[in-house]
Design a protein around this ligand. Structure first.
Ligand code: UFG
Length: 328
């Protein structure tokens, strides 16, 4: 019988790619999503169960219906700026919602949990390569909410034996090379989709947020990871748990950083079109440089982030952009 995995946020950007990878690996991905930021037409690889993480009865129903071997938990609000203006939204949905989900999983005897965390839990440690042992000092409510969920998972392991793999993402980019699913946020805040919109004339020029950082070209440096590599790591994490290897935290990045100007240069080369941009002020909350110490996932999980180069990430995002899904 096909093994089911509950995928919260399966109608969103990363969750929909995870469903495709799970399906390819022989699992049945069951999307649990309230469609607050996701899209029903992104649920293509398994059943859809509409529901809210705060609704324990609905969660219990879905666990009973599918008897899943694991949960992959992507559903969350994830905008740093918004989290500073409306912390309750982040604590209620991200933390209380996750707590409700974790309790429901344990009550149903589903003891394998894969959690989508973030490099934002490390906070502002500029110019340091961040590995899994780095201190976690989040500077925004989003990062704090994700760190709190990490703590809950640890406590539930101590109390009930819940096994978790926690992935701390760096900058996720790109899309399905077959363009069946892709990145689509409303509002969009991420660099690459905004840049492609500017290239295609769908938005005004891209604004570079700050050109006076202490980096070689004055713009911020980030570690970009291809969404397909990222979700492959999740499938490896699921197998790790099914093999009984126990709880573990992994960073997901490549260890290589690129500046905003370097991303612009690559976009010009990939699309063969000009990138209209203007230079603006710094965006509050942005760190100078966020680069992952990424060896653990490569060594222990056998992860190979082969597609995480800017040419492929921008190329695949551009392919999706040209399908017109952005016109929705
Ligand atoms: N940037 C611009 N102009 C834009 C948008 C972004 O110059 O219009 C710059 C940002 O200043 C940053 C880089 O492009 O230097 C990447 O910005 P994104 O908004 O694409 O991504 P962030 O690094 O801000 O965010 C990511 C994740 C968050 C996570 C955060 C941790 O998307 O979920 O890293 O800092 F919380």
């Amino acid at each position: 019988m096909t093994k089911c995995v509950i995928v919260t946020g399966g109608a969103g950007y990363i969750g929909s790619h995870a469903c495709k990878a799970l399906r390819a690996a022989g699992y049945e991905p069951v999307t649990f999503d309230n469609l607050s930021t996701g899209w029903e037409d992104a649920v293509k690889f398994g059943p859809f169960e509409k529901g809210d993480l705060l609704d324990r009865a609905r969660l219990d129903e879905v666990f009973a219906k599918y008897n899943p071997v694991a949960v992959m938990h992507f559903a969350a609000f994830s905008q740093v700026g918004e989290s500073m203006k409306d912390p309750a939204k982040y604590w209620r949905n991200n933390v209380i919602g996750s707590l409700t989900l974790i309790e429901a999983a344990v009550a149903a005897g589903c003891m394998n949990f894969v959690f989508s965390s973030t490099c934002a839990t490390y906070g502002d440690q500029d110019n340091v390569v961040l590995d899994e042992e780095s201190v976690q000092l989040p500077i925004n409510s989003y990062g704090a909410s994700k760190r709190a969920i990490e703590d809950i998972l640890e406590n539930f392991e101590q109390a009930f034996g819940l096994n978790s793999v926690i992935f701390r993402y760096f900058n996720v980019a790109g899309g399905d090379p077959e363009a069946e699913v892709g990145e689509f946020h409303q509002p969009e805040t991420h660099l690459i989709p905004l840049m492609l919109d500017a290239i295609a004339g769908k938005r005004d020029a891209l604004t570079i947020f700050g050109t006076d950082y202490v980096t070689p070209d004055g713009t911020c440096i980030r570690d970009y990871v291809h969404v397909c590599d990222l979700v492959d790591a999740h499938v490896l994490g699921l197998k790790w748990l099914e093999d009984g290897k126990g709880s573990r935290v992994f960073n997901l990045g490549t260890g290589k950083g690129f500046s905003v100007r370097e991303v612009i240069d690559h976009s010009r080369a990939v699309t063969n079109m000009e990138v209209p941009y203007v230079e603006g002020d710094r965006r509050p909350g942005d760190c100078t440089k966020l680069v992952s110490g990424s060896e653990r996932a490569i060594k222990e999980l056998g992860w190979s982030p082969d597609r995480s180069n800017l040419t492929e990430m921008i190329g695949d995002a551009w392919k999706w952009h040209q399908t017109g899904h952005y016109e929705k």
